[in-house]
Design a protein around this ligand. Structure first.
Ligand SMILES: NC(=O)c1ccc[n+]([C@@H]2O[C@H](COP(=O)([O-])OP(=O)(O)OC[C@H]3O[C@@H](n4cnc5c(N)ncnc54)[C@H](O)[C@@H]3O)[C@@H](O)[C@H]2O)c1
Length: 330
């Protein structure tokens, strides 16, 4: 029997979820909800399925097996917790929540629930990232020394929930930075400590449009994450330096993953598996987890660690670091 999927939040990213569930084997999209009547109408016209302006009414009416939560982050905890308590599986968009308290509450609900919670850190399923992980784990790079993850691109966020601190919990760092931090965790392990700068340079919004975070992993590797809605995509770059050389992705979206060997002084290109998109893999993984009762690879525990690292970075950004002393003599 097919799994019945419902979508809460019918904006931008909901398109990937609707497509994902429509194309996945053994899942039917049965309903969608949004506070925007226009979004509900569009959903009903395009999908031929009922739309609701209140997500609780939708759950009551259609009783789905799983819910995709595609709302702004401050709504992720209340909707997820409600669904988990009803035994409904949840695929919740990243970041897990707008703050650490919300993410902790979600993690508690997930521990107590019979249903699964997966947080949609889709880049864990990206072909070039999977190749990078393989080359880290087969010893090609050797001991990791320095990680750089730069996710940049020009995006006008005025009026978007990402510019509203209460709804999003932060700007570029919470949004794209959480993907980068989550990828560090996926590839190299947990983060031990962080420093950060986060500022609003070119856009009229409450949250950061440029942020840089430096950190140390529990494994001793140093790291840097740079994000910005006001920095062009020419700055997007992924590199990891290790004892045996450098792993690099010059084209993040299609690869190849390149390795420069300290021994041979040459570059080797590794092609990546692009037979499935990161979204296709993500949805297939969640269905497999539901069917086999497995814990998703992006779960409450991993997403909570990412949320804590981003939260610590914003705290560190308030501190502004140590002042440089002006020399008054000599
Ligand atoms: N995984 C990714 O790569 C990726 C990409 C884009 C967005 N996202 C995440 O997805 C989430 C949504 O982002 P978006 O770009 O789609 O935002 P969006 O603003 O385009 O869409 C959000 C939708 O939620 C609706 N909404 C607000 N309050 C609601 C409520 N109480 N009930 C039902 N619907 C409600 C809004 O009306 C809007 O239609 C964010 O957490 C974002 O970070 C993830």
């Amino acid at each position: 029997m097919s799994l019945r999927a419902a979508i809460v939040g019918l904006g931008n990213i909901s398109g990937a979820h609707i497509k994902g569930w429509n194309e996945a084997e053994g899942v039917d999209v049965v309903a969608g909800a949004d506070i925007s009547e226009d979004a509900v109408k569009r959903f009903e016209e395009q999908q031929g399925k009922p739309g609701f302006t209140d997500w609780r009414d939708m759950l009551e009416a259609v009783k789905p097996d799983l819910v995709s939560i595609c709302t702004p982050p401050f709504l992720h905890p209340p909707i997820s917790i409600h669904c988990l308590e009803q035994g409904i599986h949840v695929l919740c968009e990243k970041p897990m929540a707008a703050d650490i308290a919300g993410a902790v509450a979600m993690a508690r609900a997930a521990r107590e629930a019979k249903a699964l919670l997966m947080v949609a850190y889709c880049h864990r399923f990206h072909g070039p990232i999977l190749k990078l992980k393989e080359l880290l784990h087969d010893g090609t790079l050797g001991r990791p020394l320095f990680f750089r993850g730069c996710f940049t691109g020009l995006a006008d966020m005025e009026g978007n929930h990402r510019g509203d601190a209460a709804k999003a919990g932060g700007g570029a760092l919470m949004d794209n930075g959480s993907h980068a931090v989550d990828l560090y965790q996926f590839l190299l392990g947990k983060i031990a400590n962080v420093s950060c700068r986060a500022g609003t340079f070119l856009q009229h919004m409450e949250t950061d449009d440029v942020a840089v975070m430096i950190f140390e992993g529990e494994n001793g590797c140093f790291g840097e994450v740079l994000v910005g809605y006001s920095i062009p995509p020419q700055f997007t770059e992924w590199r990891i330096a290790g004892a045996n050389g450098v792993l690099a992705m010059e084209d993040y979206f299609s690869g190849p993953v390149r390795f420069w060997s300290r021994e041979t002084k040459e570059w080797t290109d590794y092609e990546c598996d692009t037979s499935m998109t990161r979204f296709e893999r993500q949805f297939a993984h969640f269905i497999e987890c539901i069917k086999e009762g497995k814990e998703p690879i992006s779960n409450a525990e991993t997403a909570l660690h990412t949320q804590r690292a981003i939260g610590a970075a914003y705290q560190a950004a308030l501190g502004k670091g140590l002042p440089v002393q002006q020399r008054t003599t000599g």
